[in-house]
Design a protein. Sequence first.
Length: 417
Amino acid sequence: MDGLCKEKRIDEAVFLLDEMQLEGCIPSPVTFNVLINALCKKGDLGRAAKLVDNMLLKGCVPNEVTYNTLIHGLCLKGKLAKAVSLLDRMVSNKCVPNDVTYGTIINGLVKRGRAVDGARVLMSMEERGNHANEYIYSVLVSGLFKEGKSEDAMRLWKEMLEKGCKPNTIAYSTLINGLCGEGKPDEAKEVFSEMVSNGCMPNSFTYSSLMRGFFQTGQSQKAILLWKEMANNMRNEVCYSVLIHGLCEDGQLNEALIAWQQMLGRGYKPDVVAYSSMIHGLCNAGLVEQGLKLFNEMLCQEPECQPDVITYNILFNVFCKQSSISLAIDHLNRMLDRGCDPDSVTCDIFLRSLRERLDPPQDGREFLNELVVRLFKQQRIVGASIIVEVMLQKFLPPKASTWTRVVQELCKPKMLA
């Protein structure tokens, strides 16, 4: 049965279970758990729940593994209220939740932007006599920082230390990344030093987070020093990408080109950030042809390295500054044809150009309206909605016919769900 599930032949495995029971063999919780796990991984929670009901009818009591599997499946589907409810049922049935149970629910809540609710689950966990591990604390600290609740994140970090939970590399790196995201790389560097003195070795994520923090606060020399400190075997694609982006933003194009060549020489493939940063750096230095050459090279890469809206915005900005609005519009059409939606920055670039570079000037209402209509025709509702929002903010209301289309799309059941 386990073999069939591993081969994703779940229907055959369920048939085998039925055959077992017809032959008078009573399946154990382990047997049921194998099938429940396979169904949850497949996302078929309905059949998994029916299997639990079948399990109970046969007098086979669900155990911790059963509950953990179902809770994990519910969290993957975003059904967090049901997961929490199942946790309560688990406790009432005298099954003891462990770190995996609580960690799964807390991680699910954090992924949905509900770190505060995750912290409440942590409190409930501790009230029941369980102690959180460094993984659970790391997930919550990261979530609180991402939601702009840095004070709560720091309070939780201190609680972790007070309760005797020793941070590991992941926990320290999470805190460092959070502090850098708050524009506090110097505080993050103190944590970095504490981390090393406590015997935790920094990894690539630790270094890239701290470098990014220094670059973003205009302390490029400190970021470069960190790069020099880093062992060669830690320098991965992300670290190179952070370095190249920071150097280009700081106007150090030659140094960025050296880093670019080193990265290629070591066999690393540039990501979207690295490509976009180099294109931006080259264009800012007046080397537009070289920037366009790199852009065309990017178009030949794998799907994950294709230009995004940030890359296109760099080019739109360059073309519009050169009064090549027709060229900018050509690239906008190509971007749309490739399935990449414009954002508010795209709108601002074109509005400014239409107002300042054309004679007579245009307010851009017609331009944006046509863009909205085009996106709606292709059922790209999110992209169209962003442009409508920009139009309203700029006091450039869409045409009546476009408004009708907007209302119709937003009132469809799928948009209200």
